[in-house]
Design a protein around this ligand. Structure first.
Ligand code: PLP
Length: 392
């Protein structure tokens, strides 16, 4: 065993099913381990590194910021907090944003913000409706709305007042709505749960239920946001705007940063000074990452690139499905797609590592493909060739 891996095995709490490689550096679409082996990355660290690795502009901005200032504890403003917030609100369609350090923390804040909205209005609403098969993070609030028993059961009792509806089944949502419902939380494209895309009428139906009952719609775009589905945020692809939007992962391209954002109307009734905070949230380094990433997204038209490359990506995944009996379904949208397979996932993962391909799994024996958004046709061809050998 590599000494780096051995030290980790002996000293870390074992909660991750890590692949048995120790990474050293990355460049563009590729990662390299400490032994110099090259890996083509179709995982992007769970859809995080949208701009890939070693982006010189981002590296430069971060290094410059480190040399200037990287902490203020939110006691003071700093140069980038306003710029990052303004840029993120512009692309997300929201009006007010709070920066967190992770996606789970963004959801945690969104749930609190929804309860605070109901509290100010004096509606007495406190219940959340979440979706079966969903994933929202590991903190108590986030895990309480995560729709998998395996994530929840060992930690019960959890936050009270959470009910689960069937994803894409509006009637099952309606059956749970009552005068206590405070918010409905969902991922427009479920990632961890197995790459399930919300149906247009489901998104519209949720919006209607929320509008008719003064319930808040929370979209968790921690994984599916930031260009991945072919619009800057997935809600824009549906034309169904949430009241609260949560983001993380690709907004900082790997620098730990998340956010929850809301409309001006919700902000008027929601969190007040002293209600919420985070020592590191929105620190100068994180905000520099967000503003620089957004700047690159706009200048390089990353969303346009996602839309240009998606048909080829889809076609090639369909080819794999047609060629191999063990592939039973392709699903997803844009550069967030999955292949359902009948082979044991572990076997596929082991072979992928041997072949120098990074892929990840999702629930339901699904291989999840979430490459950096800078992926080109040539990388897709390389991935398909490797997949052919892996599935053979
Ligand atoms: N929400 C979704 C949809 C996610 O996919 C994830 C992580 O995979 C999270 C929340 C939690 O994010 P984090 O691990 O940054 O807390």
């Amino acid at each position: 065993m590599n000494s780096k891996i051995q030290a980790a095995e002996e000293n870390l709490i074992h909660v991750y099913n890590r692949f048995p490689i120790a990474l050293d550096h990355g460049e563009g679409m590729y990662l390299y381990d400490t032994e110099g082996k090259e890996y083509l990355d179709f995982a992007a660290g769970f859809a995080v590194t949208g701009l890939g690795y070693d982006n010189k502009e981002l590296n430069g901005a971060l290094k410059e910021q480190i040399d200037k200032l990287y902490h203020t504890s939110n006691l003071y403003y700093h140069e980038s907090c306003g710029e990052a917030a303004e840029a993120l609100n512009k692309v997300s369609g929201m009006d007010r944003v709070f920066f967190t350090n992770s996606g789970g923390e963004a959801n945690e804040g969104a749930l609190k913000a929804a309860r605070r909205y109901a509290y100010t209005k004096g509606t007495g609403r406190y219940e959340f409706i979440a979706m079966e098969n969903s994933f929202h993070g590991r903190s108590f609030g986030a895990v309480s709305v995560t729709g998998h028993d395996s994530y929840r059961e060992p930690f019960e009792p959890l936050v009270p007042g959470v009910k689960f509806a069937k994803f894409n089944d509006l009637e099952s949502v309606k059956a749970l709505v009552n005068e206590k419902t405070c918010a409905i939380i969902l991922e427009p494209l479920q990632g961890e749960g197995g790459i399930h895309l919300a149906e247009q009428k489901f998104m519209e139906g949720i919006r209607k239920i929320c509008d008719e009952n003064d319930i808040l719609m929370i979209c968790d775009e921690v994984q599916c946001g930031m260009g991945r589905t072919g619009s800057m945020f997935a809600w824009q692809g549906f034309g169904v705007k949430p009241d609260i939007l949560t983001m993380a992962k690709a907004i900082g391209n790997g620098i730990p940063v998340g956010a929850f954002a809301m409309t001006e109307e919700v902000a008027g009734y929601s969190l007040q000074p002293g209600d919420h905070g985070a020592t590191y949230g929105g620190n100068p380094l994180a905000c520099t990452a967000v503003k620089t990433v957004l700047h690159i997204f706009e200048r390089e038209d990353i969303v346009g690139h996602v839309n240009a490359v998606t048909p080829y990506f889809t076609e090639k995944l369909e080819e794999l499905k047609a060629e191999f009996d063990c592939v039973t379904e392709r699903r997803g949208k844009g550069l967030m797609q999955g292949l359902v397979i009948t082979k044991p996932i572990k076997e596929v993962n082991d072979r992928a590592i041997e072949e120098g391909l990074l892929i990840i799994q999702a629930q339901g024996n699904v291989i999840r493909f979430v490459p950096p958004l800078i992926v080109e046709k040539e990388h897709i061809d390389q991935m398909v060739e490797k997949m052919r050998r892996i599935l053979a």
